[in-house]
Write a protein that binds this ligand. Structure first.
Ligand code: FCB
Length: 427
C-alpha cells in the first residue's frame, strides 16, 4: 500500500455482491434447491451446516440495505433465487428489496442464477435452459421497471466443474468429462435469457464468469499441455462461445445437440462482461496430489512465495492486470466493457487488515489494466456480509461486515470503513 488509490474514471460503478442461497435463509418460504439437498447429505458441507437461516437476510434486508447505503456504493449485486420465485409470494420479496435499494439510491443488479437450481431440475437436460428463460421472463416482467443491469448466470464454469464434474458442490455429481453438457446447457440458458431480457426491454445485460490466468508449473511440454487444458476448461470454454461464437478447438464436438445453432443463441451481444477474479492457478501434469482426485488430467500446484487467504487461495494482485490485458488481446473488439463482478478474500477478525491489503492491491492492479487500455466500468467486492460459503459452510468469512450467526448481529469490519473512505475519495 502506498498513497491513495489512483482515481478511476468518472461514472465508474462501485458495488458489493452477495447471492441468495448464501444469505437469505427463510428456507421454509421457498421450494428446495439442489443446495438444500446436498447440504443435508452427511459430510458434504465441511462444518455440517446448511443455509436454512444463513444471514436471515429475507427478514433483515432493510438493515442490510442500510449497510449498503452507509458504505456509499452505487450498486448492489444480489441474486434472485429461482426456487423462491417458484413459491407463492417469492417475487414479492425481490420487489420489496428492489424498492428499498432504489429508495436508498443504490442500483439493483440482480443475478438470475447463482447455483441454487430448483430441486428436480437438472442441467444435463436441455429443457432446463428453456425453463430458465421462462423464469427470467417472469422476473424481468416484475422488476424490469426498476432494474438497469442484469446478470444472467454466475460462474457456470465453477458450477460445472465443482458441482457436476468433481461432485464437491451441489448437485454432487462426479461425471468428470461427461459433465460437458452441463456447461453447454448453461451457456444456452444464458443466451435464451439474454433474448428474454431484450424482449422485456433490457439494455444492460451481462454474465459473471470466473476467470484467472493459468500458469504452467514448468516449461516442460507435459506441464504446458496440462495447463493449456485447464485454461481451456475454466476460461476459454466459457468466454469463447460468448465472445467469439465458437468453442475452443476440440470442445464443440463433445457438446450435445445442434451446437452451431446453439452458438448463435449463446453469442447474443452483451452490454458488459462480468469477471469474478480471486487468484491465478499454477497447473502441471497430474502428479497424484490434486485434492480433487488423481484421475484428473492436471494438478494444481502452490504458487511459491505468495501469502494465502483463509481459504488457501494465493494473493496475486498483478495477475488481475495480466488477466484483463490478456482478455483484451484475445477478444479485441468483440469484448464488451468489463465489470469486475466479484473480488475478495476470506479472513477472520474485525480488524481485517489483510482484507484491506488484498483489496487495495487489487484496485491498484485493476487501475493498471485501465491505464493499459482495458475498458473496465465497475468493481464489486465479494462480499457485503460473512455468509454460507458453499461446501466450506460458515468457516470462511468474506464479508466487509461481520455476522454473528447466533445472534445475527452485523458489525462493520475495518475493511468496511476503509472501502467507504476509498469510495469517498473517488467521488
Ligand atoms: C465465487 C462464488 C461466490 C463466493 C465466492 C467466494 O466463486 O461465485 O458465491 O462463494 O466465490
Amino acid at each position: 500500500m502506498s498513497g491513495p488509490i489512483p482515481a478511476f474514471p468518472a461514472g465508474f460503478r462501485w458495488g458489493v455482491s452477495t447471492s441468495a442461497h448464501q444469505i437469505e435463509g427463510a428456507v421454509e418460504t421457498r421450494e428446495r434447491s439442489v443446495w438444500d439437498a446436498f447440504s443435508d447429505r452427511p459430510g458434504r458441507v465441511r462444518d455440517g451446516s446448511t443455509a436454512a437461516v444463513a444471514c436471515d437476510h429475507c427478514r433483515r434486508y432493510r438493515e442490510d440495505v442500510a449497510l449498503l447505503a452507509g458504505l456509499g456504493v452505487d450498486a448492489y449485486r444480489f441474486s434472485v433465487s429461482w426456487p423462491r420465485v417458484n413459491s407463492p409470494g417469492g417475487l414479492d420479496f425481490y420487489d420489496r428489496l428492489t424498492d428499498e435499494l432504489c429508495a436508498a439510491g443504490v442500483r439493483p443488479v440482480p443475478t438470475l442464477f447463482h447455483w441454487d437450481l430448483p430441486l428436480g431440475l437438472d442441467w444435463r437436460q436441455r429443457a432446463t435452459a428453456d425453463r430458465f428463460a421462462g423464469y427470467v421472463a417472469r422476473v424481468a416482467d416484475r422488476l424490469g421497471d426498476r432494474v438497469g443491469s442484469w446478470i444472467t448466470l454466475n460462474e457456470p464454469a465453477e458450477h460445472t466443474l465443482l458441482g457436476h464434474a468433481l461432485g464437491v458442490h451441489a448437485p454432487g455429481e462426479r461425471l468428470l468429462f461427461d459433465a460437458l453438457p452441463v456447461a453447454h446447457h448453461q451457456l444456452l440458458a444464458h443466451g435464451l435469457a439474454v433474448r428474454a431480457l431484450r424482449a422485456a426491454g433490457a439494455t444492460g445485460i451481462g454474465i459473471a464468469n470466473s476467470h484467472g490466468p493459468t500458469w504452467p508449473a514448468s516449461e516442460q511440454p507435459a506441464d504446458r499441455e496440462a495447463a493449456d487444458l485447464y485454461d481451456t476448461l475454466l476460461n476459454r470454454m466459457f468466454a469463447d462461445p460468448l465472445l467469439l461464437g465458437r468453442y475452443p478447438d476440440g470442445v464443440g464436438e463433445l457438446m450435445p445437440g445442434d451446437v452451431d445453432a446453439d452458438l448463435e443463441v449463446i453469442a447474443e451481444p452483451l452490454d458488459f462482461y462480468g469477471v469474478n477474479y480471486y487468484a491465478p492457478a499454477r497447473v502441471g501434469a497430474p502428479d497424484g496430489t490434486d485434492q480433487f482426485g488423481a484421475e484428473l488430467p492436471f494438478s494444481r500446484r502452490e504458487i511459491p512465495g505468495r501469502p494465502v487467504t483463509d481459504s488457501g487461495w494465493p494473493v496475486v494482485p498483478k495477475a488481475l492486470t495480466e488477466l484483463l490485458t490478456g482478455f483484451r488481446a484475445r477478444y479485441g473488439d468483440r469484448l464488451p466493457p468489463i465489470v469486475i463482478t466479484e473480488n475478495g478474500c476470506a479472513y477472520d477478525g474485525l480488524d481485517d487488515q489483510a482484507r484491506i491489503a488484498y483489496l487495495d492491491g487489487h484496485l491498484r492492479a485493476l487501475h493498471e489494466a485501465l491505464t493499459a487500455g482495458v475498458d473496465v466500468r465497475g468493481y464489486f467486492v465479494w462480499s457485503l456480509l460473512d455468509n454460507f460459503e458453499w461446501a466450506e459452510g460458515y468457516a470462511h468469512r468474506f464479508g466487509l461486515v461481520h455476522v454473528d450467526f447466533t445472534t445475527q448481529r452485523r458489525t462493520p469490519k475495518a475493511s468496511y470503513r476503509w472501502f467507504r473512505e476509498v469510495l469517498r475519495e473517488q467521488r
